[in-house]
Design a protein around this ligand. Sequence first.
Ligand code: PLP
Length: 394
Amino acid sequence: MAFTYSARSRAIEPFHVMALLARANQLQADGHDVIHLEIGEPDFTTAAPIVAAGQAALAAGHTSYTAARGLPALREAIAGFYQQRYNLSIDPQRILITPGGSGALLLASSLLVDPGKHWLLADPGYPCNRHFLRLVEGAAQLVPVGPEVRYQLTPELVERYWDSQSVGALVASPANPTGTVLSREELAGLSRTLKERGGHLVVDEIYHGLTYGLDAASVLEVDDEAFVLNSFSKYFGMTGWRLGWLVAPPEAVPELEKLAQNLYISAPSMAQHAALACFQADTLAILEERRAAFAQRRDYLLPALRELGFKIAVEPEGAFYLYADISAFGGDAFAFCQHFLETEHVAFTPGLDFGRYLATQHVRFAYTQDLPRLEQAVERIARGLKTWQASHAL
Ligand SMILES: Cc1ncc(COP(=O)(O)O)c(C=O)c1O
């Protein structure tokens, strides 16, 4: 039988890196030592106190649904974290626990996007954002951003790209794939510009905690009406537990709760119990050690790649990615990634996965491997560049 799939489903692009990942796994199965720099996931497993709390929750029989908004104790713990880290007093009633930051994105887009309405997004950016918009029949208005604006939307860009169908902007700080952070003043500028236009501001703060040499400001410090996505995946190292949260203005919460009830009933119960251990001093000490390890990796890989001729115009201050311009080497980014995978068994992601703007001349490296492994990767990349350049002389 020939199935007919919805136009909305057909409009969603797969991750291009998946084809490379499948090939990487094949090479690995054939006995090759593949260095994975393509995956947007910390290499550390979940910290022991969180795992222990999860095991205890299972043993205690916490296997049922929770309230759609999430466990009250977890919402209070998150509010406490805002107080401690940002000196912000957030009413726990404004916090909804979601299945990953992805669940928070689903809630926010279901709440805020009407068919045909435009949302401004930075290009390059996290690809799922525009796909979530498409699923709710909205449209991403991709705004090309380069190093001159540190790959972030600015008030000027919002003014320039805003049209009669625009209703909001979604930004990420730190951003994927570029790792750049929006300052408190920049967030305030965006918030003001959107308010002047009656638009919503959604800020993805899921890489908060993974910033190096600074702490990222939350948009909630300057705008109480913004929607904030966050996650236990990255800083808290719980990708597979599928847990995140959304902070919303108080009046939006009942509507979001209704959506949560219908879309997924509740976030995973045992994950929520496990996450209660995230905010303990012993857990935070482990997470801070990991943050220091990521900083060290960035401080190694960034100059090492620049030395090889990769152009990384803006020093990323957060997340665990380096977004590099490969135009000095000639050729197309996807073929470039294929070349390094096939000849040197190093996997990284082509720019096409993050948008359109100059995508074929960029690649993303995730420093989700330890230092010795990164050093090996750099050796292999140096060697692979020679063979690439031999066939792609400019
Ligand atoms: C910018 C950004 N937002 C959201 C997500 C979703 O992550 P999760 O659903 O694991 O919280 C990711 C995952 O890589 C991301 O990079």
